[in-house]
Design a protein around this ligand. Structure first.
Ligand SMILES: [Zn+2]
Length: 177
């Protein structure tokens, strides 16, 4: 038996730390993914449909606030429904989801403020896909999963959203203008 205090970690506290890490991971991964996909979809669709900076900025701010609350509540109820978390763990996941969604969504406003709208949309697509790529690659590496499979699944879904909202936006502009 070792007397080194560093080796005598109380197992209960360690377990609690692992669960808090789980809560943070849930919130971060959900907020990041949802922030990228929802914001890119709305930006691409509204740009194609309206070509209005005002509309796109309004959409980004609305997602950053309203959709962050919506996602946080969704994660809150989802984590509660698992029935294996303490209220503290559920709340950590809830707040982490809100903050991740809020922050990642707001990053998309920077190119819109600085650039011409069509340029900003292209930069946002590159920025969003890059973040999703890096996060997916890191996650797959940590879990020893097939990186190519995990990354390509996530990228294909993101590209499908971008294409669908692009054509939907154009169709709405043509049909309802
Ligand atoms: Zn959970």
């Amino acid at each position: 038996m070792s007397n080194d205090p560093m080796l005598r970690k109380p197992p209960k506290k360690n377990g609690a730390n692992i669960m808090i890490m789980h809560s943070l991971k849930v919130g971060f991964s959900f907020g990041l993914t949802s922030g990228i996909i929802t914001t890119l979809g709305l930006m691409v669709g509204l740009h194609a449909g309206t070509h209005s900076k005002l509309v796109v900025i309004g959409a980004i701010l609305t997602i950053a606030i309203a959709d962050a609350f919506s996602d946080a509540l969704g994660i809150h109820i989802s984590e509660e429904s698992e029935n294996q978390h303490t209220p503290k763990q559920v709340w950590v996941a809830t707040i982490a989801t809100f903050l991740a969604k809020f922050v990642f969504t707001l990053t998309f406003i920077i190119p819109v403020l600085l650039l011409e709208l069509s340029e900003a949309v292209v930069i946002s697509i590159i920025w969003g896909l890059s973040m999703l790529f890096i996060f997916s690659y890191k996650m797959a590496s940590e879990q020893n999963e097939n990186r190519l499979k995990v990354v390509s699944e996530h990228m294909i879904i993101a590209v499908m959203v971008i294409l669908a909202t692009h054509y939907l936006g154009h169709w709405i502009a043509v049909t309802f203008n």
